[in-house]
Design a protein around this ligand. Sequence first.
Ligand SMILES: CCC/C=C/C=C/C(=O)SCCNC(=O)CCNC(=O)[C@H](O)C(C)(C)COP(=O)(O)OP(=O)(O)OC[C@H]1O[C@@H](n2cnc3c(N)ncnc32)[C@H](O)[C@@H]1OP(=O)(O)O
Length: 222
Amino acid sequence: MALIRGLLRRGIDLMDMASEFLQPQEDDVARIAWNLRKKISEYQKSFSVIEKCTKPVIAAIHNGCIGVGVDLVTACDIRYCSQDAYFQVKEVDVGLATDMGTLQRLPNIIGNRSLVNELAFTARKMMSDEALSSGLVSRVFPDKSSLLNAAFGLATEIASKSPIAVQGTKVNLVYSRDHSVQESLDYMATWNMRMLQTEDIMKSAQAVLQKTSLKDITSSKL
Ligand SMILES: CCC/C=C/C=C/C(=O)SCCNC(=O)CCNC(=O)[C@H](O)C(C)(C)COP(=O)(O)OP(=O)(O)OC[C@H]1O[C@@H](n2cnc3c(N)ncnc32)[C@H](O)[C@@H]1OP(=O)(O)O
């Protein structure tokens, strides 16, 4: 679970950004550009690992989610927030095009390019009710404590299910976002020709038929 805390509430530290990116140690333009590209890619990777992680990642967001905060939560699988949450693609206000994933992932998440463009061009605050109606978050809670309870509850529920089923679901959901339906079906068939041989199916199906909780059966960890 990713708990989006104070740091992301402010976005990137603007003083750090100024010293790290805007004061190159070299004179040669090509070398400066080369090193900057490397650094930007490293930053991007630190968020992409969330998506590459085969376990579902839940973001619980309260208060401001600004700049890099939005980059980070768009790489998560499920987003819950509290009523006081707001989202701001703030980079345009500090003179740059956001480069850590928001422009690449947000259009897919909310499926409304006009809204994404508006948010990214203006840095307008999107409040929690609009985040819910646009599909950026799936649930809104009255306060931080109910938000965290729900997020931990959700994590516990997901963790009670077969890891073969859950992680296979995540990998195939992410794959299908970036491929055609046919390619994704082929990938799924190849995936499940191995994974259907898991003992977890028999155990889980038995629990369903006997109306017992999945929490009462043990699936060995991956
Ligand atoms: C490869 C490089 C790519 C770069 C990516 C960049 C990504 C980004 O994240 S861009 C977005 C950067 N963040 C911002 O623009 C946020 C600016 N700050 C605010 O909007 C407000 O300060 C905030 C809503 C966070 C909090 O408001 P509040 O009224 O509660 O507090 P303030 O009095 O405004 O701020 C308190 C002190 O914190 C300092 N501060 C705020 N944000 C930042 C920041 N991002 N970096 C550094 N310092 C920050 C602010 O100056 C105040 O300091 P002081 O006056 O010394 O108390």
